[in-house]
Design a protein around this ligand. Structure first.
Ligand SMILES: [Ca+2]
Ligand SMILES: [Ca+2]
Ligand SMILES: [Ca+2]
Ligand SMILES: [Ca+2]
Length: 258
């Protein structure tokens, strides 16, 4: 047992305090959207009252809301599984002295195309519009990456923006290179369940830290992926990607659940 979360299991939690535990309540935030299709199952505003700039510092700037108080309010939804089935409490270490969110072991599922079996993809909603202006989504991943072993197959860790489902997202991740002997930064964009852009930038595995960035221009719909290894120079991961469909309308202020 690796994790020591001082949190009750789902059958004792009651997010919306309606006296029905999250385990049996079909709508844990009482927003009228059932848990299986609620992209933000612990946010009755679904991100519409969360605006930029926003910084969730896992050391001491916890928002105090969502999963473990870290601000995540849902998991990348496939519309079929209850969010409780997309992660394991006992597999996670949240916050604490290292100021990180750790997932000890992950399942083989992937959101790729029609697979839609991704688990452990924690997310929260923000409200952006064309008047928000360009903004950058940023996160830092801490080593050791893949237990200091070459990544294999489609192992990946990283960050994404999306509508909240598993068919409309743009991700930037660290994974294996083509020969599975080194590392690559992968950028993948899926629109309406179809993978439309997928590119890889091969290089060495970072040692201590990997910073990932997605710079979004809501007006044009262009997203520039960038990364920096071990506090090194920030590099573009390919060209800007023009997003469309549901992701573009969500970025521009019309999320698909409205
Ligand atoms: Ca409840
Ligand atoms: Ca709900
Ligand atoms: Ca919700
Ligand atoms: Ca998909």
């Amino acid at each position: 047992m690796l994790a020591t979360l001082a949190l009750p299991p789902a059958n004792q939690k009651d997010n919306d305090q309606d006296k029905v535990s999250d385990f049996t309540d079909p709508d844990d935030d009482d927003d009228g959207i059932g848990d299986k299709t609620d992209y933000f199952a612990l946010d009755d505003q679904n991100g519409m009252t969360t605006t930029l700039p926003i910084q969730y510092d896992l050391f001491n700037n916890y928002p105090g809301t969502g999963f473990y108080g870290l601000g995540f309010t849902g998991l990348m939804s496939n519309g079929e599984n209850d969010y409780h089935d997309l992660y394991e409490d006992q597999n996670l270490i949240a916050g604490g002295a290292v100021g990180a969110f750790s997932i000890n072991a992950v399942t083989p599922g992937d959101a790729y195309a029609g697979l839609n079996q991704q688990e452990n993809a924690f997310q929260f909603g923000i409200n952006t519009t064309t008047s928000t202006g360009p903004f950058t989504v940023q996160t830092r991943l801490l080593g050791a990456f893949f237990n200091n072993q070459p990544a294999k197959h489609w192992q990946s860790q990283g960050m994404y923006i999306g509508t909240g489902d598993q068919d409309n997202y743009l991700k930037i991740t660290l994974g294996p290179n083509e020969t599975q002997t080194g590392a690559a930064i992968e950028v993948l964009y899926e629109q309406g369940g179809v993978v439309t852009v997928c590119g890889m930038t091969s290089g060495g595995l970072p040692v201590d830290a990997l910073d990932l960035y997605l710079t979004v221009d809501p007006a044009t719909g262009n997203v520039q992926p960038k990364y920096a290894k071990d506090n090194g120079q920030m590099m573009n991961a390919g060209n800007p990607i023009p997003v469309g469909g549901d992701l573009l309308t969500a970025i521009q202020g019309i999320p698909p659940w409205q």
